[in-house]
Design a protein around this ligand. Sequence first.
Ligand SMILES: Nc1ncnc2c1ncn2[C@@H]1O[C@H](COP(=O)(O)OP(=O)(O)OP(=O)(O)O)[C@@H](O)[C@H]1O
Length: 273
Amino acid sequence: MKEISKGNQEICAGTDSIGNLKCQTNELSNIKKTVAVLSGKGGVGKSLVTSLLAVMMRRKGYDVGILDADITGPSIPRMFGADNYRVSSSELGIYPARTHNDIRIMSINLLLEKKDMPVIWRGPLIAGAVKQFWTDVIWGDLDYLFFDMPPGTGDVPLTVFQSIPLDGIIIVSSPQDLVALIVKKAYNMAKTMNIPILGIIENMSYAICPECGRHINIFGESKAEKVAEEMGIPFLGRLPVDPELAALCDQGMIERFNKDYVDDCIDLLERNF
Ligand SMILES: Nc1ncnc2c1ncn2[C@@H]1O[C@H](COP(=O)(O)OP(=O)(O)OP(=O)(O)O)[C@@H](O)[C@H]1O
């Protein structure tokens, strides 16, 4: 069944196995794999993990993009020093911004006149903007498009899951999430939507002593592996609280980061996709 709705320039065609109407991408886009990065709640480092995955994949020579689906708290442009970039458009669609290393990014912040103005929109409008980033942006040829999802398991992530064909989901959690089982909500949402869960990454898992290099488990022994096992999904590693990483994010230079924190996740993406 083909259904075309020009009202919000949305082009949706066909349904998935559980009846969700999926939107088509711009006809000038050819995207091989779509991976959404999700968290049970805000502030756990979802944008940071999304950015690191894109940076590392790009370094391996893949063509990579990031769709910043976090409309009310967009942080992708800042991490890449692209806050002042402007996107252009033609009758064919919107051209994404390109970072120093040629990662294509699209974010609401690249469209706003004033970056410090909040986006005061209701859920359906926010979800509509995310869908348009998918349908109207000319991504070109991409090996991987990463979605920095809105935090939590509310209306917007749900609509995005329903309308965009996703090949897999990576869940980012903090140690407290794992204790409070907030991560299970993200897991259950993805499961209900029939989207493959690729695995879980624990962020801010430990600190490294600057004097002796010892790992300090600030939040006690990590439960990430155990929780991953219980959920029957791969554990994809843990990131420490790393001041260098925080500084590079603040300076918009995340593309300079070169530690191996997300290597297991990169291996999995390369092997499976
Ligand atoms: N492992 C880490 N080491 C150092 N700083 C970190 C780490 N993880 C996240 N941060 C810092 O914490 C801040 C929040 O991270 P980020 O924006 O990725 O969170 P988020 O989960 O995407 O937030 P939101 O859900 O509100 O969008 C960032 O400024 C980042 O620099």
